[in-house]
Design a protein around this ligand. Structure first.
Ligand SMILES: [Fe+2]
Ligand SMILES: [Fe+2]
Length: 205
């Protein structure tokens, strides 16, 4: 129970459950780049898919996925650190902030992914990039007819989507105790749910 002003503020922060709308408004306040917004939608969709599959809190997983790169367009040099600041200013719960910051573990943050949510975000973030590039080289330019085997083939060609850090994805799969093919299949399934929003519907139809 909150008995004084100070405690009221603390209680608000503890009980503040960020909504999808709030997360989207925050994303749009700091981002205008179309491909970054599509990336945010892709990561959100995969997080939601993974949460549903495991009976976890879909809204929480989705909202965290949506804002995970909040600071990247405006503050690339301070990636993850600036998000921590912006989310704290917005009164977001520490559990959400920690998850956002942990996706940059070993790259721009020293916060290790510990929860299943954090490990999942860490594992699928880069993978959504590889899935997107693999879809775009198909005749359909779509994720709807993309199979895990195609992504696995592209995985081995290090010049293909060279910017995608395959080591991070492998590390994420190990953290989750998941086989890479299953992780790719889940990521494709999640991205299919927002194929239109992320520009990966069949280009021929
Ligand atoms: Fe990031
Ligand atoms: Fe990302």
């Amino acid at each position: 129970m909150c008995l004084d002003g100070h405690a009221d503020i603390l209680c608000d922060m503890e009980t503040h459950i960020p909504t999808r709308r709030e997360a989207f408004e925050l994303l749009c306040r700091y981002n205008s780049n179309e491909s970054l917004i599509k990336h945010a939608f892709a990561v959100e969709a995969v997080m939601r898919y993974m949460a549903r599959k495991q009976g976890e809190d879909e809204e929480m997983w989705g909202v965290i996925g949506l804002v995970h790169d909040l600071d990247y367009e405006r503050f690339p040099e301070q990636h993850c650190r600036k998000s921590l600041e912006l989310l704290r200013e917005s009164g977001w719960p520490e559990e959400y902030i920690r998850a956002v910051v942990s996706h940059g573990w070993g790259i721009c943050s020293d916060v290790e992914p510990v929860s299943v949510l954090e490990k999942t975000l860490y594992a699928i973030d880069e993978l959504t990039g590889l899935v997107t590039t693999s879809a775009l080289v198909r005749p359909s330019k779509s994720v709807l007819d993309l199979e895990p085997s195609s992504v696995k083939k592209k995985w081995k060609d290090r010049r293909f989507a060279a910017g995608v850090n395959r080591e991070v994805i492998e590390k994420g799969a190990r953290l989750l105790g998941t086989d890479l093919t299953q992780l790719i299949a889940d990521t494709i399934q999640g991205m299919r749910t927002v194929a239109r929003e992320i520009g990966l519907e069949d280009a021929r139809t």
